[in-house]
Design a protein around this ligand. Sequence first.
Ligand SMILES: Nc1nc2c(ncn2[C@@H]2O[C@H](COP(=O)(O)OP(=O)(O)OP(=O)(O)O)[C@@H](O)[C@H]2O)c(=O)[nH]1
Length: 485
Amino acid sequence: MAHQSDLIAENIEQYLKEHEHKEILRFITCGSVDDGKSTLIGRLLYDSKMIFEDQLASIEKDSKKSGTTGDKIDLALLVDGLASEREQGITIDVAYRFFSTDKRKFIIADTPGHEQYTRNMATGASTADLAIILIDARQGVLTQTKRHSYIASLLGIKNLIVAINKMDLVDFSQERFKEIKKDYEEIIPNLPGNADINFNYIPISALDGDNIVSNSAKCSWYEGLPLMRLLDSVEIHHDENDDFRLPVQYVSRPHLNFRGFSGTIASGKISVGDEITVLPSRKISVVKSIVSNDVKDLRPIGKDETVETIETAYAPMATTITLKDEIDISRGDMIVKSNSIPQVSNKLNVMVVWMDEKPMELNNSYIIKRATSVINGSFKAIEFKKDINSFKEIFTDSLELNDIAKCSLSVDRQIAVDSYYENRHTGSFIIIDRYTNSTVGAGMIVDAVETQGKDEELREYTKAEIALNQYIRDNFPEWGCKEIL
Ligand SMILES: Nc1nc2c(ncn2[C@@H]2O[C@H](COP(=O)(O)OP(=O)(O)OP(=O)(O)O)[C@@H](O)[C@H]2O)c(=O)[nH]1
């Protein structure tokens, strides 16, 4: 790879150390067909010198052969490798690409494919800090621009860079730039949560590299930062949620003297001695220890000296905690701190992005996977479906591929509920078809409808079922069987 820093040759250890501590910014690029998405990604990789020299030589040769970019290198060839993989039948929904500058490391979620664009984009955007919305300067704001901007803002992306590309084809006209910016500003009031979004507009030529690394002389009227410096400096809105949430992934019982609850901390921090509440049962206890090593490695007759403990654990650590009291906890439960208990409900208002050819049907039973909970659920009503081109709310009773709608969802057991806008990890879920086992949709929790204690829709268990449940819990605690009432 071309040298990106002299330090690599001079002092590799120092370089690695600096690199390790750089902040990471994740972003997606969105654009209609031919807006220049691949060229822009290629340009960012090229200008940040993240291209192997033999790769460069090969695309220089191919550029001359294909001749689509005159004597310039066709940087789109760098990322179009994906297309051939797709032709071979390898499904790649989202490819992640990396580059770095002196300040930050970047991960680009490259979301190819047009028919399934919403699906791919939703997948890439759900972890993104920023979206680059590409607009072809000749075409201006298109319906796709609105769709992409809507999805990006719906998914809670707080930084949108509107990159007006191919400025070389409109003579770097300030008038044209202003016109497109004005058209774009007109759609902003329709974007969810727009008051919290930071918008930046930048005129670029991905092909020639204008306003990418440095300000272009051809565009002296532009006073903002070039793209690379904007990416380096925009504020990253970290998940600022301090509420402790530990979705329990499994109950760890390596031997009789140890019972811990393992999972990846979704948000907040926890310390030994903190009072916790388990949801949905609302049982209370106190953290006895936090284990940092892999508890599966504990010796069979182990005692606590084999366990490495720490005082405090933070998101996004994978951890195991033990509690002072013997309480019933199983996979899918949520451990929270008693001073920040979320709502518990089995009825939720949600936004859904439907991703399947087969339409979503009301009252059909789907598998809902949220954090570590896997539960049955059905949609009871569609409040509205959003027409992303006109931003109008449409009334309907089924959802088609790529539809985005607000729905009410009932699940067959109570869960701890955080809104997606408060907690991206615990507030999002996927919808799985129980027969094909494929993911048919993604959802974001808007809010919960409180169902006071016992779930109205929970079925009544027979005495035999309760006895069987008791027997399993008494004799096979390692199965983590849930108590039924
Ligand atoms: N003149 C000019 N042409 C550009 C610019 N950026 C991209 N192009 C050209 O526009 C065409 C489409 O670019 P791509 O990068 O393949 O566009 P894309 O958005 O990735 O297209 P899809 O892969 O079909 O989604 C190519 O011929 C590029 O060379 C630019 O800034 N100026």
